[in-house]
Design a protein around this ligand. Sequence first.
Ligand code: MGD
Ligand code: MGD
Ligand code: SF4
Ligand code: MO
Length: 679
Amino acid sequence: MPETRHSVCALDCPDCCSLLVTVENGRGVRLRGDPEHPVTRGFLCGKVAQYLEREYSPGRLVYPQRRVGAKGEGRFERISWDEALDEIAARLKSIAAEFGPEAILPYSYAGTMGWLNGNGMDRRFFHRLGASRLDRTICSTAGMAGMMAALGVRYGTEPEQFRHARLILAWGANILGTNVHLWPFIVEARRQGARFYAIDPRRNRTTALADKHFAINPGSDTALALAMMHVIVGENLHDADYVSRYTEGFEALRERVREWTPQRAAELTGLGAEEIAALAREYAGTRPAVIRLNYGIQRSERGAMAVRTVALLPAIVGSWKDLGGGVQLSTSQAFHLNREGLERPDLQTKALGREARMVNMSELGAALNTLDGPPVKAIVVYNSNPAAIAPNQNAVLRGLRREDLFTVVLDQFQTDTADHADILLPVTTFLEHTDLYTAYGHYYLQLARPALPAPGEAKSNVEIFRLLAARMGFEDACLRETEDEMIRTTLDSAHPFVAGITLERLDRERSVRLRLPDPYLPFAAGGFGSPDGKCHFHAETLDYTPPVESRHGDRDLRARYPLELISPKNDDSMNSTFGDRDSVDLQTAVLHLNPIDAAARGIRTSDQVRAFNERGSCALEARVDDTAPPGVACAPSVRWAKRSPGKRGINALTSERLTDAGGGPTFYSCLVQVERIGD
Ligand SMILES: Nc1nc2c(c(=O)[nH]1)N[C@H]1C(S)=C(S)[C@@H](COP(=O)(O)OP(=O)(O)OC[C@H]3O[C@@H](n4cnc5c(=O)[nH]c(N)nc54)[C@H](O)[C@@H]3O)O[C@H]1N2
Ligand SMILES: Nc1nc2c(c(=O)[nH]1)N[C@H]1C(S)=C(S)[C@@H](COP(=O)(O)OP(=O)(O)OC[C@H]3O[C@@H](n4cnc5c(=O)[nH]c(N)nc54)[C@H](O)[C@@H]3O)O[C@H]1N2
Ligand code: SF4
Ligand SMILES: [Mo]
């Protein structure tokens, strides 16, 4: 008899879908969305609709292996778990003894969003060891810094409320590609007459369905937002009542934005001055108006300022008061769980007598090649594929190929990074282990139990780090805890948003809304994160400078590398996850060029081209179309380097330069030249 089991999608996606798996004779035969979930409502994105194919792929890693070929070559021999764990423990101990434990670096991101397998037993293990800490900046820290500077907390509009909006701005947010469960709420709003606009340099699934598409120059959003403020404040379209009650520094803001005329912004953004003024008037004059800001705008050099400036707009027009107003970047901070109890940072004191040093994951190339005091001698990679996704790929690969670096990789598939492992360990998928899930696109906490058996000898991250802790001789009780004990600890929080949500309740209901007012209007009456609860404009620090690597940036660089490359998310994959699929490989092998830029280089669709700059070169297939405006090149990402002709992916071009705040990467501030291969 088929049986239906519940699960949760663990991929790094704001939606965090609730799933139903049909199981027959121990095998998953059908995967679908759980229709009961109030936000994700029973449908799946295209990539996860096919997840069972990944689950049962012949490419799954199913036993531990030891490298026999050269680093990067990908040749391995099968070993037992005992051999693998003994060898890892022995190498980590000897490196710690010789160089100090900070010579060991964990490297992980959000391959799974589960708390236990993402920041649970792994954190406890590395803290107890005294390993270097990883600053997990690769995705969103610039945006977080921008939100904190604007609002003092990082809450946002509930997705369910988008149905009430009359004007919706998708600002650097490819909703249909990366956050598809918000879309039905937008469709509902549009049926009631709402207008939907997209602000994005390129044409994508979302801009194609928008009432207006503002094809802004990459990295120039701050200029647009400042000019909108100029018009709104200059024409007295702001919400004077909201501003006087709940904000601070409005007069200084008025002064500051005086110089930000739409004309000035037009030159920087590539939009028309009248178009900017009209957008500002419409935004201020429509109630409710909501902004879906996603992370696209903060992967540029001044990404934190961009997010901060846009996030101030709702306080100026008072849209936080309205059901269906405000802005959403992320909802994740509202899950006030007991992170310290789960991660146990206090264990570092035991190992080192102090906190361990921090290494920024967006500077992995530099960390592996030039860091000293001590140098990185071992790296343990899980939930991530840095050989493909980290910037400055040539430096990263050079580092991963160091003969004296001991590398352990935990993954489900033989990724680019796995090819560089000394020891490669097979791990479970989210369908196979227990975990607790917060979301960054809604306010529901979820629990998943194993729905399917693990194949071969695969184990979860939690289990692997528990076993490694025992091998290292660590006796702390927390390193032996079960999944349920870890969840109970994590739920042990007095914060009113989560107080009283128990493991038993999660086991019963699977998905539980945080204890927020319903509907939740976080800043309807102030309530910002500042000591006085007001939104502080701090206008004196609002400013815009174009990225060094942009059309208005460094002139010499621009003369050599005249195209602004963006490498946004591919609709049918998830960063480099699914990079083993041929269909995904085809989608991420292309470079979209505007007909004007292509003609200037004698390039036609299907030509093999080389995109290059001082950092490296990447071979791609040209698509000459209207995806990118003149001066912009666009490569849907992220392809596995080993599947590319020159064994280099798009990140051979991107730099390790960091954002203005938050220490984030600047993937979308990247100048390149493009030429036809064979010319
Ligand atoms: N299908 C799919 N879904 C995903 C992912 C995936 O790889 N594929 N990845 C997941 C992850 S890790 C994340 S962080 C989220 C990210 O989700 P998003 O932030 O929505 O994704 P991005 O593609 O980074 O950027 C969104 C849009 O911003 C545009 N953009 C680029 N530069 C600028 C700019 O300077 N200004 C403006 N206004 N727009 C700009 C891009 O062209 C893109 O269309 O998506 C998650 N969901
Ligand atoms: N050029 C360019 N580069 C980018 C981006 C871009 O837009 N353009 N986006 C950036 C962003 S926003 C992000 S978030 C990063 C994402 O980069 P990563 O965090 O590296 O994400 P993925 O590429 O999806 O790789 C996740 C890996 O984790 C593995 N995995 C999944 N579940 C588990 C598990 O339970 N245990 C273990 N051990 N492994 C597991 C998967 O098989 C996969 O190989 O990429 C960044 N890189
Ligand atoms: S990737 Fe996102 S949209 Fe797709 S199933 Fe997972 S959570 Fe849902
Ligand atoms: Mo991300």
